[in-house]
Design a protein around this ligand. Sequence first.
Ligand SMILES: *[C@@H]1O[C@H](CO)[C@@H](O)[C@H](O)[C@H]1NC(C)=O
Ligand SMILES: *[C@@H]1O[C@H](CO)[C@@H](O)[C@H](O)[C@H]1NC(C)=O
Ligand SMILES: *[C@@H]1O[C@H](CO)[C@@H](O)[C@H](O)[C@H]1NC(C)=O
Length: 350
Amino acid sequence: MNSKCIYMVMMAVLRLMLTSAQSCPFHMDIAPCLCTEIGPSPELDMDCSHVVDIDQLMRVFQADFPSTNYRRLSMTGTPDDPIPISFLPDGVFGSITFQEIVIQHAQINRVDDYAFLGSKDTLTMLTLIHSELTSFPTTILPLLSDFRELDLSYNHLVFIPDLRSSSLRSLTLAHNTQLNFSDRVFDEIDQIIDLNIAHCNMETIPPGMFLNMMNLSTVYLEYNKITHLDAASLHFTSEVIEEVVLSGNQISAAEPNFFSGTGKHTYLELLNNQITTLGEASWRPVFHAISEHGDGLVMLDGNPLDCGCSLAWLVTSSSFLSHLALGATCANGTAIHDLNPSAFDHNCGR
Ligand SMILES: *[C@@H]1O[C@H](CO)[C@@H](O)[C@H](O)[C@H]1NC(C)=O
Ligand SMILES: *[C@@H]1O[C@H](CO)[C@@H](O)[C@H](O)[C@H]1NC(C)=O
Ligand SMILES: *[C@@H]1O[C@H](CO)[C@@H](O)[C@H](O)[C@H]1NC(C)=O
């Protein structure tokens, strides 16, 4: 090859590299947002933590963008200085797409139905926490084709409409203290793996609420105001459940048939409730389910358990006892594991 030919090939390669590489807009065009190029390809991240109002944010996304595909948008305020934006209107991000959007400590109380529509084919994760949302436009969910994780914790959500998504894996609604939803809210998010509705002042668990989630692995329901475990309230159809957390509620009673359908490695965590009686009809099936060939555990520390004869079925079964966490105590403070099984055999007519 002669040198002219080599030169032309090099120019062609260079042109290809320049046009295929992702690059940030001119920094003054998008101030106060900051664009960064990450990695060799590179990928682009945008940080808009310092925007002062919604008009400014919208203007930023009308600038001249050489590339429109961004990895992440971050907007991070602080508890004392939340981002002073109260709503996200449709079209706010122009033609820019994101894979991840993380907004925390903002004054956002409203998100228009299609504010995130531009990212419908790219968005995998949305975190909008420590803000003032009273509702969230769940109508967008079925349109987001690869959406995996939604975290709306620490808002003021009052009602979540029935959810629909065939891709969502992780849903966090924790710390929305007035949250309400229908009994069917989770029926059509059947790919869920991690579900967190802790600290929401829930009073009841609708029967069968988890039945469609065949891959469910963790359920966090701690620090609600649940008082009873009604029949079918903890019915699952997932072999891979690892944790069901109900600690810090006000549970005093569990009906027979409240629990079924987990695998053999489930931890049922009921620390710091008000359970007094572990009635055999309600609880034997629980210990049976998690103990047979499994390494599951029931955690009952911090419950004022009555250690009379109603507990004999448990205390006299060393195999069931090996699946009761060590911290469980009688109301008088004696550890269940320290009770003498033969006294129960003798005193309880077994
Ligand atoms: C909660 O939502 C359900 C279902 O839509 C409704 O029937 C019920 O009245 C609501 N409860 C409260 C306290 O708003
Ligand atoms: C559960 O996960 C497996 C693989 O991780 C997947 O093939 C299957 O479709 C999932 N099942 C349901 C009901 O979502
Ligand atoms: C507590 O109650 C259990 C069961 O009745 C009894 O075996 C144990 O001795 C009691 N412990 C104390 C400290 O009184």
